[in-house]
Design a protein around this ligand. Structure first.
Ligand SMILES: [Zn+2]
Length: 100
């Protein structure tokens, strides 16, 4: 009788576990960050909250200046909306540490 509810609960728990295990420690690397960053930016552009789905990306961005620069560049490019402006993009000081 409660089968359906249990299934839903299991599904929910599974998702929550995924989210929390990601939050709790497993840090992602730059490769993984790059894989998700398009989606992350898309969600921001769509007015959604990517931090609910991709908290690891946010964490990584806050720790990794390279990926943060990449992220800001993506936003800037998308907001410019046209590829014309790519050349005039403000390049951040080339103080990128090159650790990534
Ligand atoms: Zn990184």
């Amino acid at each position: 009788m409660t089968q359906q509810v249990e299934n839903d609960t299991n599904q929910f728990n599974k998702i929550m576990r995924m989210i929390f295990s990601a939050r709790e420690g497993e840090e992602i690397g730059c490769d993984e960050c790059y894989e998700h960053i398009d989606q992350y930016v898309d969600m921001i552009r769509a007015g959604q909250d990517p931090d609910m789905v991709l908290p690891q990306v946010k964490d990584h961005l806050s720790q990794c200046s390279c990926c943060e620069l990449e992220f800001k560049a993506l936003i800037t490019i998308l907001e410019a909306g046209a590829s014309d402006d790519l050349d005039s993009l403000d390049r951040p000081d080339s103080s990128t540490s090159g650790d990534c």
